[in-house]
Write a protein that binds this ligand. Structure first.
Ligand code: SF4
Ligand code: SF4
Length: 472
Protein backbone atom coordinates (compact mmCIF):
# COMPACT_ATOMS: atom_id res chain seq x y z
CA UNK A 1 0.00 0.00 0.00
CA UNK A 2 1.46 3.37 -1.01
CA UNK A 3 1.87 5.76 1.90
CA UNK A 4 4.32 8.61 1.61
CA UNK A 5 4.24 9.13 5.37
CA UNK A 6 5.15 5.55 6.13
CA UNK A 7 8.65 4.84 7.43
CA UNK A 8 8.77 1.52 5.55
CA UNK A 9 10.72 1.63 2.31
CA UNK A 10 8.26 -0.54 0.40
CA UNK A 11 5.36 1.69 1.38
CA UNK A 12 6.84 5.11 0.63
CA UNK A 13 8.51 3.76 -2.53
CA UNK A 14 5.62 1.53 -3.51
CA UNK A 15 6.39 -0.61 -6.57
CA UNK A 16 2.68 -0.70 -7.48
CA UNK A 17 2.39 3.08 -7.23
CA UNK A 18 5.38 3.47 -9.56
CA UNK A 19 3.89 1.00 -12.06
CA UNK A 20 0.54 2.84 -11.92
CA UNK A 21 2.38 6.13 -12.39
CA UNK A 22 4.24 4.83 -15.44
CA UNK A 23 0.98 3.51 -16.91
CA UNK A 24 -0.75 6.82 -16.28
CA UNK A 25 2.17 8.72 -17.83
CA UNK A 26 2.22 6.45 -20.90
CA UNK A 27 -1.53 6.79 -21.41
CA UNK A 28 -1.33 10.56 -21.14
CA UNK A 29 1.92 11.30 -22.92
CA UNK A 30 0.00 12.89 -25.82
CA UNK A 31 -2.88 14.29 -23.78
CA UNK A 32 -2.45 17.98 -24.59
CA UNK A 33 -5.15 19.13 -22.20
CA UNK A 34 -3.62 17.35 -19.21
CA UNK A 35 -0.06 18.34 -20.16
CA UNK A 36 -1.13 21.99 -20.41
CA UNK A 37 -2.72 21.72 -16.98
CA UNK A 38 0.45 20.26 -15.49
CA UNK A 39 2.64 22.88 -17.14
CA UNK A 40 0.32 25.60 -15.81
CA UNK A 41 0.74 24.17 -12.30
CA UNK A 42 4.51 23.93 -12.76
CA UNK A 43 4.55 27.61 -13.72
CA UNK A 44 3.48 28.44 -10.16
CA UNK A 45 7.02 27.23 -9.32
CA UNK A 46 5.98 25.33 -6.25
CA UNK A 47 6.76 21.90 -7.65
CA UNK A 48 4.85 18.90 -9.00
CA UNK A 49 3.77 15.50 -7.71
CA UNK A 50 5.54 12.43 -9.07
CA UNK A 51 2.57 11.49 -11.28
CA UNK A 52 2.38 14.91 -12.87
CA UNK A 53 6.12 15.14 -13.42
CA UNK A 54 6.12 11.62 -14.90
CA UNK A 55 3.59 12.72 -17.53
CA UNK A 56 5.92 15.56 -18.52
CA UNK A 57 8.86 13.17 -18.69
CA UNK A 58 6.89 10.83 -20.96
CA UNK A 59 5.48 13.64 -23.12
CA UNK A 60 6.35 13.20 -26.79
CA UNK A 61 4.87 16.41 -28.20
CA UNK A 62 7.72 18.54 -29.51
CA UNK A 63 6.19 21.95 -28.73
CA UNK A 64 5.19 20.86 -25.21
CA UNK A 65 8.70 19.59 -24.56
CA UNK A 66 10.03 22.96 -25.65
CA UNK A 67 7.71 24.58 -23.10
CA UNK A 68 9.04 22.24 -20.40
CA UNK A 69 12.65 23.15 -21.27
CA UNK A 70 11.78 26.82 -21.32
CA UNK A 71 10.15 26.57 -17.91
CA UNK A 72 13.14 24.64 -16.50
CA UNK A 73 15.44 27.45 -17.70
CA UNK A 74 13.13 30.05 -16.17
CA UNK A 75 12.99 28.28 -12.80
CA UNK A 76 16.75 27.81 -12.83
CA UNK A 77 17.23 31.51 -13.47
CA UNK A 78 14.66 32.59 -10.88
CA UNK A 79 15.95 30.38 -8.05
CA UNK A 80 19.65 30.07 -8.79
CA UNK A 81 20.41 32.97 -11.15
CA UNK A 82 23.61 32.44 -13.13
CA UNK A 83 25.48 31.01 -10.13
CA UNK A 84 27.12 27.57 -10.17
CA UNK A 85 28.57 26.16 -6.96
CA UNK A 86 31.79 24.16 -7.29
CA UNK A 87 33.04 21.21 -5.29
CA UNK A 88 35.43 18.27 -5.52
CA UNK A 89 35.12 14.63 -4.42
CA UNK A 90 37.74 13.29 -2.03
CA UNK A 91 38.13 9.51 -1.90
CA UNK A 92 39.48 8.38 1.47
CA UNK A 93 39.48 4.64 0.99
CA UNK A 94 38.30 2.17 -1.63
CA UNK A 95 38.14 -0.88 0.62
CA UNK A 96 34.63 -2.23 0.34
CA UNK A 97 32.80 -5.35 1.48
CA UNK A 98 29.86 -4.92 -0.90
CA UNK A 99 29.32 -6.60 -4.23
CA UNK A 100 27.78 -3.78 -6.29
CA UNK A 101 28.06 -5.05 -9.86
CA UNK A 102 28.45 -1.57 -11.42
CA UNK A 103 31.33 -0.37 -9.23
CA UNK A 104 34.98 -1.50 -9.50
CA UNK A 105 35.40 -1.27 -5.71
CA UNK A 106 33.19 -4.36 -5.28
CA UNK A 107 34.76 -6.89 -2.92
CA UNK A 108 35.27 -9.54 -5.64
CA UNK A 109 37.59 -7.25 -7.60
CA UNK A 110 40.93 -8.69 -6.58
CA UNK A 111 43.18 -6.77 -8.97
CA UNK A 112 42.19 -3.14 -8.36
CA UNK A 113 44.68 -1.28 -6.17
CA UNK A 114 43.19 -1.01 -2.68
CA UNK A 115 44.11 2.05 -0.74
CA UNK A 116 43.14 3.72 2.50
CA UNK A 117 44.74 7.07 3.18
CA UNK A 118 46.49 7.81 6.43
CA UNK A 119 45.75 11.15 8.12
CA UNK A 120 49.08 12.38 6.80
CA UNK A 121 48.08 11.46 3.24
CA UNK A 122 44.67 13.10 3.72
CA UNK A 123 46.46 16.23 4.81
CA UNK A 124 48.45 16.25 1.55
CA UNK A 125 45.29 15.70 -0.48
CA UNK A 126 43.51 18.56 1.27
CA UNK A 127 46.46 20.89 0.74
CA UNK A 128 46.46 19.97 -2.96
CA UNK A 129 42.71 20.66 -3.12
CA UNK A 130 43.10 23.95 -1.28
CA UNK A 131 45.88 24.93 -3.68
CA UNK A 132 43.44 24.40 -6.55
CA UNK A 133 40.96 26.74 -4.82
CA UNK A 134 38.39 24.27 -3.51
CA UNK A 135 36.40 25.09 -0.38
CA UNK A 136 33.71 22.40 -0.53
CA UNK A 137 34.33 18.66 -0.64
CA UNK A 138 32.31 15.50 -1.01
CA UNK A 139 33.98 12.81 1.10
CA UNK A 140 33.69 9.27 -0.27
CA UNK A 141 34.62 5.85 1.13
CA UNK A 142 33.68 2.28 0.42
CA UNK A 143 31.81 0.34 3.11
CA UNK A 144 34.16 -1.69 5.27
CA UNK A 145 33.71 -1.94 9.04
CA UNK A 146 37.33 -3.01 9.53
CA UNK A 147 39.16 -0.60 7.21
CA UNK A 148 36.74 2.33 7.21
CA UNK A 149 34.84 2.35 10.52
CA UNK A 150 32.94 5.50 11.48
CA UNK A 151 35.85 6.52 13.74
CA UNK A 152 38.09 6.69 10.66
CA UNK A 153 35.61 8.95 8.85
CA UNK A 154 35.27 11.18 11.94
CA UNK A 155 39.02 11.45 12.41
CA UNK A 156 39.43 12.26 8.71
CA UNK A 157 36.80 15.01 8.95
CA UNK A 158 38.69 16.53 11.84
CA UNK A 159 41.90 16.47 9.79
CA UNK A 160 40.15 17.97 6.75
CA UNK A 161 38.64 20.87 8.70
CA UNK A 162 41.86 21.54 10.62
CA UNK A 163 44.05 22.30 7.61
CA UNK A 164 44.58 25.92 6.64
CA UNK A 165 47.25 26.05 4.00
CA UNK A 166 48.12 29.63 2.90
CA UNK A 167 44.68 31.24 2.44
CA UNK A 168 43.01 27.86 1.93
CA UNK A 169 40.33 26.15 4.00
CA UNK A 170 37.74 23.45 3.49
CA UNK A 171 34.63 25.15 4.74
CA UNK A 172 32.09 22.44 4.03
CA UNK A 173 32.60 18.68 3.86
CA UNK A 174 29.63 16.76 2.54
CA UNK A 175 29.78 13.06 3.22
CA UNK A 176 28.87 10.17 0.95
CA UNK A 177 29.25 6.96 2.97
CA UNK A 178 27.19 3.79 3.25
CA UNK A 179 23.85 3.65 5.01
CA UNK A 180 24.46 3.51 8.76
CA UNK A 181 22.84 3.77 12.18
CA UNK A 182 21.12 6.77 13.80
CA UNK A 183 23.95 6.86 16.32
CA UNK A 184 26.58 7.12 13.58
CA UNK A 185 24.59 9.81 11.78
CA UNK A 186 24.52 11.74 15.04
CA UNK A 187 28.31 11.48 15.22
CA UNK A 188 28.64 12.76 11.66
CA UNK A 189 26.39 15.69 12.48
CA UNK A 190 28.50 16.50 15.53
CA UNK A 191 31.61 16.35 13.34
CA UNK A 192 30.15 19.23 11.33
CA UNK A 193 29.29 17.59 8.03
CA UNK A 194 27.36 19.54 5.42
CA UNK A 195 25.03 17.33 3.41
CA UNK A 196 24.78 13.58 3.90
CA UNK A 197 24.64 12.10 0.42
CA UNK A 198 23.57 8.57 -0.37
CA UNK A 199 22.63 7.43 -3.84
CA UNK A 200 19.80 4.97 -3.98
CA UNK A 201 21.37 3.51 -7.17
CA UNK A 202 17.96 2.07 -8.13
CA UNK A 203 14.52 2.24 -6.54
CA UNK A 204 13.47 -1.05 -8.16
CA UNK A 205 13.74 -3.53 -5.30
CA UNK A 206 14.16 -6.67 -7.39
CA UNK A 207 16.87 -5.09 -9.55
CA UNK A 208 18.44 -3.55 -6.47
CA UNK A 209 18.88 -6.96 -4.89
CA UNK A 210 20.40 -8.40 -8.08
CA UNK A 211 22.76 -5.44 -8.50
CA UNK A 212 23.86 -5.75 -4.87
CA UNK A 213 24.17 -9.51 -4.50
CA UNK A 214 26.44 -9.51 -1.46
CA UNK A 215 27.34 -7.37 1.53
CA UNK A 216 25.24 -5.19 3.86
CA UNK A 217 24.14 -3.00 0.95
CA UNK A 218 22.04 -5.93 -0.30
CA UNK A 219 19.39 -4.91 2.26
CA UNK A 220 17.06 -2.69 0.20
CA UNK A 221 14.97 -1.47 3.12
CA UNK A 222 17.98 -0.54 5.27
CA UNK A 223 19.49 1.41 2.38
CA UNK A 224 16.25 3.12 1.31
CA UNK A 225 15.34 4.13 4.87
CA UNK A 226 18.82 5.60 5.53
CA UNK A 227 17.72 9.21 5.02
CA UNK A 228 15.06 8.84 7.71
CA UNK A 229 17.70 7.59 10.13
CA UNK A 230 20.04 10.41 9.09
CA UNK A 231 17.30 12.93 9.86
CA UNK A 232 16.57 11.21 13.17
CA UNK A 233 20.29 11.61 13.94
CA UNK A 234 19.97 15.36 13.36
CA UNK A 235 21.31 15.65 9.80
CA UNK A 236 18.79 17.88 8.11
CA UNK A 237 20.44 18.32 4.71
CA UNK A 238 20.39 15.10 2.73
CA UNK A 239 21.23 14.45 -0.92
CA UNK A 240 19.46 11.89 -3.10
CA UNK A 241 20.49 10.36 -6.41
CA UNK A 242 20.11 7.33 -8.64
CA UNK A 243 22.63 5.81 -10.99
CA UNK A 244 20.98 6.16 -14.38
CA UNK A 245 21.54 3.15 -16.59
CA UNK A 246 20.78 0.42 -14.05
CA UNK A 247 16.98 0.42 -14.39
CA UNK A 248 14.40 2.06 -16.66
CA UNK A 249 14.84 5.78 -16.21
CA UNK A 250 11.13 6.50 -15.92
CA UNK A 251 10.91 4.10 -13.00
CA UNK A 252 13.87 5.77 -11.28
CA UNK A 253 12.50 9.24 -11.91
CA UNK A 254 9.16 8.40 -10.24
CA UNK A 255 10.98 6.70 -7.33
CA UNK A 256 13.27 9.66 -6.82
CA UNK A 257 10.38 12.11 -6.62
CA UNK A 258 8.44 9.79 -4.31
CA UNK A 259 11.46 9.71 -2.03
CA UNK A 260 11.58 13.52 -2.04
CA UNK A 261 7.83 13.67 -1.27
CA UNK A 262 8.32 11.21 1.58
CA UNK A 263 11.06 13.31 3.20
CA UNK A 264 8.96 16.43 2.90
CA UNK A 265 5.87 14.66 4.32
CA UNK A 266 7.69 13.09 7.28
CA UNK A 267 10.44 15.58 8.12
CA UNK A 268 9.01 18.80 6.64
CA UNK A 269 12.11 19.19 4.51
CA UNK A 270 12.76 17.74 1.09
CA UNK A 271 16.18 16.72 -0.21
CA UNK A 272 18.85 19.43 -0.20
CA UNK A 273 20.29 18.09 -3.45
CA UNK A 274 19.62 15.55 -6.16
CA UNK A 275 22.49 14.05 -8.15
CA UNK A 276 22.08 12.58 -11.60
CA UNK A 277 25.06 10.29 -12.28
CA UNK A 278 25.05 8.04 -15.35
CA UNK A 279 26.90 4.75 -15.32
CA UNK A 280 30.45 5.07 -16.67
CA UNK A 281 33.31 2.84 -17.67
CA UNK A 282 35.70 1.86 -14.85
CA UNK A 283 38.32 -0.81 -14.16
CA UNK A 284 36.29 -4.03 -14.63
CA UNK A 285 32.97 -2.30 -15.39
CA UNK A 286 31.65 -2.10 -18.94
CA UNK A 287 28.62 0.24 -19.09
CA UNK A 288 27.33 -1.44 -22.28
CA UNK A 289 26.55 -4.54 -20.18
CA UNK A 290 23.73 -2.58 -18.53
CA UNK A 291 20.57 -2.44 -20.64
CA UNK A 292 19.11 0.82 -19.46
CA UNK A 293 21.66 3.38 -20.59
CA UNK A 294 20.20 6.74 -21.59
CA UNK A 295 21.26 9.06 -24.37
CA UNK A 296 22.17 12.72 -23.88
CA UNK A 297 18.74 14.03 -24.97
CA UNK A 298 16.95 11.82 -22.45
CA UNK A 299 19.45 12.86 -19.79
CA UNK A 300 18.67 16.52 -20.48
CA UNK A 301 14.93 15.84 -20.36
CA UNK A 302 15.31 14.16 -16.94
CA UNK A 303 17.26 17.17 -15.61
CA UNK A 304 14.62 19.60 -16.92
CA UNK A 305 11.75 17.57 -15.43
CA UNK A 306 13.46 17.31 -12.02
CA UNK A 307 14.10 21.07 -12.09
CA UNK A 308 10.41 21.73 -12.75
CA UNK A 309 9.24 19.17 -10.15
CA UNK A 310 11.44 20.27 -7.22
CA UNK A 311 12.49 23.90 -7.79
CA UNK A 312 14.04 24.28 -4.31
CA UNK A 313 16.37 21.31 -4.54
CA UNK A 314 19.94 21.87 -5.75
CA UNK A 315 21.01 19.60 -8.61
CA UNK A 316 24.50 18.15 -8.99
CA UNK A 317 26.34 17.01 -12.12
CA UNK A 318 29.80 15.45 -11.82
CA UNK A 319 32.78 15.05 -14.15
CA UNK A 320 31.23 11.78 -15.31
CA UNK A 321 29.70 14.04 -17.97
CA UNK A 322 31.56 15.73 -20.81
CA UNK A 323 31.96 19.50 -21.05
CA UNK A 324 29.36 19.56 -23.86
CA UNK A 325 26.70 17.70 -21.85
CA UNK A 326 27.49 19.75 -18.75
CA UNK A 327 26.93 22.93 -20.72
CA UNK A 328 23.50 21.67 -21.78
CA UNK A 329 22.32 20.65 -18.32
CA UNK A 330 23.70 23.74 -16.57
CA UNK A 331 21.18 25.66 -18.56
CA UNK A 332 18.33 23.33 -17.62
CA UNK A 333 18.69 23.06 -13.89
CA UNK A 334 22.08 21.92 -12.58
CA UNK A 335 23.26 24.24 -9.79
CA UNK A 336 26.43 22.46 -8.58
CA UNK A 337 29.27 20.82 -10.47
CA UNK A 338 32.57 19.25 -9.55
CA UNK A 339 35.75 20.52 -11.18
CA UNK A 340 39.28 19.18 -11.55
CA UNK A 341 38.09 15.91 -9.95
CA UNK A 342 40.11 12.80 -9.25
CA UNK A 343 38.13 9.67 -8.50
CA UNK A 344 41.05 7.66 -7.15
CA UNK A 345 42.30 7.42 -3.58
CA UNK A 346 45.13 9.91 -3.14
CA UNK A 347 44.75 11.29 -6.66
CA UNK A 348 45.22 15.00 -5.95
CA UNK A 349 48.60 15.12 -4.26
CA UNK A 350 51.33 13.84 -6.54
CA UNK A 351 53.14 12.35 -3.57
CA UNK A 352 50.10 10.22 -2.74
CA UNK A 353 49.79 8.81 -6.25
CA UNK A 354 50.53 5.14 -6.71
CA UNK A 355 51.44 3.45 -9.98
CA UNK A 356 48.26 1.43 -9.85
CA UNK A 357 44.91 2.93 -10.65
CA UNK A 358 42.34 3.02 -7.87
CA UNK A 359 39.65 5.11 -9.64
CA UNK A 360 35.95 4.51 -9.04
CA UNK A 361 35.04 5.61 -12.57
CA UNK A 362 36.65 7.22 -15.60
CA UNK A 363 36.33 10.99 -15.53
CA UNK A 364 34.98 12.37 -18.83
CA UNK A 365 35.55 16.05 -18.10
CA UNK A 366 39.27 16.05 -17.34
CA UNK A 367 39.86 19.80 -17.32
CA UNK A 368 41.56 21.56 -14.43
CA UNK A 369 39.49 23.58 -11.98
CA UNK A 370 40.95 26.77 -13.46
CA UNK A 371 39.85 25.72 -16.95
CA UNK A 372 36.38 24.91 -15.69
CA UNK A 373 36.19 28.29 -13.93
CA UNK A 374 37.13 30.20 -17.09
CA UNK A 375 34.76 28.10 -19.20
CA UNK A 376 31.85 28.75 -16.81
CA UNK A 377 32.44 32.50 -16.84
CA UNK A 378 32.75 32.59 -20.62
CA UNK A 379 29.39 30.81 -20.81
CA UNK A 380 27.92 33.61 -18.69
CA UNK A 381 27.85 31.76 -15.35
CA UNK A 382 29.07 33.06 -12.02
CA UNK A 383 31.13 30.32 -10.33
CA UNK A 384 30.76 30.23 -6.55
CA UNK A 385 32.65 28.56 -3.71
CA UNK A 386 30.05 29.69 -1.21
CA UNK A 387 29.48 27.55 1.89
CA UNK A 388 27.77 30.22 3.98
CA UNK A 389 24.42 28.62 4.80
CA UNK A 390 25.72 25.66 6.69
CA UNK A 391 28.15 27.87 8.60
CA UNK A 392 25.41 30.36 9.46
CA UNK A 393 23.09 27.59 10.65
CA UNK A 394 20.81 27.93 7.63
CA UNK A 395 20.12 24.21 7.20
CA UNK A 396 17.14 21.90 6.90
CA UNK A 397 13.71 23.46 7.44
CA UNK A 398 15.19 26.91 8.11
CA UNK A 399 17.10 26.78 4.82
CA UNK A 400 14.03 25.63 2.90
CA UNK A 401 11.91 28.47 4.31
CA UNK A 402 14.42 31.11 3.21
CA UNK A 403 14.84 29.31 -0.09
CA UNK A 404 11.10 29.12 -0.79
CA UNK A 405 10.66 32.82 -0.02
CA UNK A 406 13.59 33.48 -2.40
CA UNK A 407 15.30 35.60 0.30
CA UNK A 408 18.26 33.29 -0.05
CA UNK A 409 19.22 35.06 -3.26
CA UNK A 410 20.20 38.11 -1.20
CA UNK A 411 22.94 35.93 0.27
CA UNK A 412 23.87 33.66 -2.66
CA UNK A 413 24.76 36.38 -5.12
CA UNK A 414 27.09 38.52 -2.97
CA UNK A 415 28.62 35.33 -1.52
CA UNK A 416 29.34 34.09 -5.03
CA UNK A 417 31.11 37.36 -5.83
CA UNK A 418 33.10 37.26 -2.58
CA UNK A 419 34.26 33.67 -3.08
CA UNK A 420 35.04 34.26 -6.75
CA UNK A 421 37.15 37.26 -5.76
CA UNK A 422 39.04 35.07 -3.26
CA UNK A 423 39.65 32.50 -5.98
CA UNK A 424 40.94 35.13 -8.39
CA UNK A 425 43.29 36.60 -5.81
CA UNK A 426 44.67 33.29 -4.58
CA UNK A 427 44.50 30.64 -7.31
CA UNK A 428 43.46 31.83 -10.77
CA UNK A 429 45.71 31.82 -13.82
CA UNK A 430 46.31 35.30 -15.29
CA UNK A 431 43.83 34.59 -18.15
CA UNK A 432 41.09 33.41 -15.78
CA UNK A 433 41.74 36.39 -13.52
CA UNK A 434 41.09 38.82 -16.37
CA UNK A 435 37.79 37.12 -17.26
CA UNK A 436 36.81 36.95 -13.58
CA UNK A 437 37.56 40.57 -12.71
CA UNK A 438 35.49 41.68 -15.69
CA UNK A 439 32.61 39.50 -14.55
CA UNK A 440 32.72 40.78 -10.95
CA UNK A 441 32.66 44.35 -12.23
CA UNK A 442 29.66 43.64 -14.44
CA UNK A 443 27.72 41.72 -11.77
CA UNK A 444 28.47 44.37 -9.17
CA UNK A 445 27.30 47.19 -11.45
CA UNK A 446 24.01 45.35 -12.01
CA UNK A 447 23.24 45.10 -8.27
CA UNK A 448 20.65 47.52 -6.95
CA UNK A 449 21.93 50.16 -4.55
CA UNK A 450 21.46 48.77 -1.04
CA UNK A 451 23.17 48.15 2.27
CA UNK A 452 24.23 44.73 0.94
CA UNK A 453 25.95 46.37 -2.02
CA UNK A 454 27.80 48.74 0.30
CA UNK A 455 29.01 45.91 2.53
CA UNK A 456 29.94 43.83 -0.52
CA UNK A 457 32.04 46.67 -1.98
CA UNK A 458 33.84 46.95 1.31
CA UNK A 459 34.43 43.16 1.49
CA UNK A 460 35.77 43.00 -2.06
CA UNK A 461 38.25 45.75 -1.22
CA UNK A 462 39.31 43.95 1.95
CA UNK A 463 39.87 40.71 -0.01
CA UNK A 464 42.13 42.60 -2.38
CA UNK A 465 44.02 43.84 0.68
CA UNK A 466 44.51 40.25 1.90
CA UNK A 467 41.58 39.53 4.27
CA UNK A 468 39.46 36.39 3.70
CA UNK A 469 36.26 34.61 4.59
CA UNK A 470 33.46 37.17 4.48
CA UNK A 471 29.91 35.96 4.11
CA UNK A 472 26.27 37.02 4.11
S1 SF4 B 1 29.20 1.52 -4.94
FE1 SF4 B 1 29.96 1.94 -2.87
S2 SF4 B 1 29.27 0.19 -1.71
FE2 SF4 B 1 29.18 -0.43 -3.83
S3 SF4 B 1 31.13 -1.44 -4.28
FE3 SF4 B 1 31.31 0.73 -4.82
S4 SF4 B 1 32.18 1.69 -3.02
FE4 SF4 B 1 31.35 -0.28 -2.38
S1 SF4 C 1 24.16 31.41 0.40
FE1 SF4 C 1 23.58 29.30 0.95
S2 SF4 C 1 22.28 28.57 -0.73
FE2 SF4 C 1 23.38 30.38 -1.44
S3 SF4 C 1 25.16 29.53 -2.47
FE3 SF4 C 1 25.76 30.03 -0.35
S4 SF4 C 1 25.50 28.11 0.75
FE4 SF4 C 1 24.37 27.89 -1.18
Amino acid sequence: MYDKKSLKAEEFISHEEILDTLKYAEENKNNVELIDKIIAKAKLKKGLEHREASVLLACEIKEKNEEIYELAREIKQEFYGNRIVLFAPLYLSNYCVNGCVYCPYHAQNRHIARKKMTQEEIKKEVIALQDMGHKRLAIETGEDPIHNPIEYVLESLKTIYSIHHKNGAIRRANVNIAATTVENYRKLKEAGIGTYILFQETYHKESYEKLHPTGPKHNYAYHTEAMDRAMEGGIDDVGLGVLFGLERYKYEFAGLLMHAEHLEAVHNVGPHTISVPRIRHADDIDPSKFDNGIDDDTFCKIVACIRVAVPYTGMICSTRESAAVRARVLNLGISQISGGSKTSVGGYAEENETEEDSSQFDVTDTRTLDEVMKWLMELGYLPSFCTACYREGRTGERFMEICKSKQIQNCCHPNALITLKEYLEDYASPETKIVGEKLIKKEFAELQESKVKEVLANNLEKIEAGERDFRF
